[in-house]
Design a protein around this ligand. Structure first.
Ligand code: TPP
Ligand code: MG
Length: 564
């Protein structure tokens, strides 16, 4: 019988499941994995590319970014409990954003002797856990441990199908070393998936009710956070809100749902719009507004639409929900548009509403950009956002922002042109995410903009090493305020006149002295510049873009910004 090592069978099966890359960080649990990979390659079996990723958080971030661009789940393979714990924050981020990732980690050998694969080095005793999976279980939709080598195909099919079912998310399989060392039949490993992911279709009655409410609304409002689905539904969504004169607010948006320049895009503040809205469509939002600050009209009706409208994984979340429509936005958005197509409309009312929105949205944009252009005190995040938006205008580019540039002041118009860190906020996300996106689309401009704290959370030496090793010409823009500004703002928000807010330097928030980040990047032969003068920002961005586009070399701008 034709057999192969279970370690090699994993790669063979992943390829059949459409996995292009295995982002791997190996260890002493990996001999059967590495041997199996080499064995499969020697036998000329089609395999995903296995990449050395020198930190697990970066591996998870790259799988995340690759999915955002390609829509295809990738695999991450880590070293026992210690590697898995380093990857856990990435799993939390992926779970929050419904990003499917096939996460695996080895298990230290459980046998001490007399079995092939048994323990050899002291860490095999040191890394044993009763429940290794507990490190990521809450973030994963499904988890299991490979018990027998012949289960490789079936368990990976199941993991993949569940990860890609609505609502999507990461799954975890642990891989004991002794099992990986055993042989398994090759037959069937290269065949098509044996299980199909589940696509949830919206409930017809809920959809009809949502359509009826929105069509009859006087002041309809959409609050959107995780975009409007795929390229086609993104376009359809923009046309639909315009046709019906519906306001769209992007409060803490992590994906772009509509062009920032769209006449119905009313900006990021839901407050004034929520105060007047009689029907609110919450489009895939974990937290659509701030309950202590923003109030719904008492008679308002609220529709929640998304892969999991009640976000059942989260223990507490009680935003009012009168109608729930489940499904991926690529399906529910067009379905809602169709459901409204035949409903009665008062053209005069809609036209007046549309004109009012266009005026409001233009005024909001103008005010924000005029304020952003004022650099008398120095460079602000808003100013860099303004400059970057202008520099990227008309280019195929995605911006991954993590306490970096700000949507709205930063002009963004296309589907997938903007992503912000997940609401789980596991920092160090944007740099590796941009690397994964660049890997998926080599010709796209991928810009990671982030705070100085976020840059350091990303293990920058690791990320720059990856960018050089894989020839990924990402542009990194660090908005360096030499502090954890968000933490300082949070303290000042809760205790406005408090001791901490009045202190010369707030405790536990400073990042001084700031390292010279241009040298961190230069260590991996990136092009890098520090910018302190507002007048130099546009030219510095333009030069950096030339480097990434023409030299195809990674670039970093360390821009000194004022505290917000
Ligand atoms: C892994 C992780 N650790 C800690 C935090 C808490 N945290 C939230 S915002 C923040 C500061 C971010 O600083 P920076 O990236 O410099 O942005 P700034 O607010 O200064 O603009 C911290 C530490 C977090 N979200 N994630
Ligand atoms: Mg900072």
């Amino acid at each position: 019988m034709d057999t192969m090592t279970a370690g090699g069978a994993i790669f063979t099966r992943l390829k059949a499941l459409g996995v292009d890359y295995v982002f791997a960080n190996s260890g002493t649990d990996f001999p059967p994995v590495i041997e199996g990979l080499a064995e499969a390659a020697a036998r000329e079996i089609a395999l995903p590319r296995a990449l050395v990723i020198p930190h697990e958080h970066a591996a998870m971030g790259m799988a995340h970014g690759y999915y955002l661009m390609s829509g295809r789940s990738q695999a991450v393979m880590l070293h026992t409990n210690v590697g898995l714990s380093n990857g856990a924050t990435g799993a939390i981020n992926a779970a929050c954003e419904h990003v499917p990732i096939l996460l695996m980690s080895g298990r230290t050998p459980v046998t001490e002797e007399k079995r092939f694969g048994a323990r050899t080095v002291p860490i095999a005793w040191g890394q044993e856990m009763r429940d290794q999976t507990a490190l990521v279980r809450e973030a994963c939709k499904w988890d299991y441990e490979l018990k027998f080598p012949e289960q490789v195909g079936g368990l990976l099919d199941r993991a993949w199908a569940i990860a890609n079912s609505t609502p999507k998310g990461p799954v975890y399989l642990s891989l004991p070393r002794e099992t990986l060392c055993e042989a398994t039949p090759r037959a069937g490993l290269e065949g098509p998936p044996s299980l199909s992911p589940v696509a949830v279709a919206p409930d017809a009655a809920a959809l009809a009710e949502a359509a009826r409410l929105l069509a009859g609304a006087e002041r309809p409002l959409v609050i959107a956070q995780r975009g409007a689905g795929d390229a086609a539904s993104f376009t359809a969504f923009g046309r639909w809100v315009e046709a019906w004169g519906i306001a769209v607010c992007s409060w803490w948006a992590t994906h772009l749902s509509i062009s920032t320049e769209h006449p119905c895009h009313v900006g990021a503040d839901p407050g004034p719009w929520l105060a007047e809205a009689d029907v609110v469509l919450v489009l895939d939002c974990l937290a659509p507004w701030w309950p202590d600050r923003h109030a719904l009209r008492p008679d308002a009706r609220v529709i929640h639409m998304g892969p999991d409208p009640l976000f059942s994984r989260f223990p507490v979340r009680n935003f009012r929900c009168d109608v729930a429509v489940a499904g991926e936005s690529a399906v529910t958005v067009p379905a809602l548009i169709d459901a409204m197509a035949g409903l009665p409309r008062d053209e005069a009312v809609i036209a007046a509403r549309r004109a009012r929105l266009a005026e409001g949205s233009e005024a909001t944009r103008r005010a924000a950009r005029e304020k952003a252009a004022d650099v008398r005190r120095g460079i602000t995040k808003a100013y860099v956002s303004l400059c970057l938006g202008e520099a990227l205008d008309g280019l195929e580019a995605s911006v991954f922002s993590e306490l970096g540039t700000q949507l709205g002041t930063l002009k963004r118009s296309e589907y997938r042109s903007w992503f912000q860190e997940p609401h789980s906020g596991g920092l160090g996300w944007s740099f590796p995410c941009a690397l994964g996106a660049q890997l998926a689309e080599p010709d796209r401009i991928c810009v990671a903009t982030m705070g100085d704290g976020s840059y350091m959370f990303a293990n920058p030496t690791v990320c720059h090493q990856i960018a050089e090793a894989l020839a990924l010409p990402v542009l990194v823009i660090v908005l360096n305020n030499e502090e954890w500004g968000a933490v300082r703002a949070s303290v000042a928000g809760l205790y406005p006149g408090g001791h901490a807010a009045r202190a010369n330097e707030m405790p536990l928030t400073a990042l001084k002295p700031s390292p010279d980040f241009t040298q961190t990047a230069a260590a991996s032969r990136a092009w890098s510049r520090r910018v302190t003068d507002p007048a130099e920002v546009p030219a510095a961005i333009a030069e950096a873009l030339t480097v990434v586009r023409e030299e195809r070399r990674q670039a970093l701008l360390d821009i000194r910004v004022l505290p917000d």
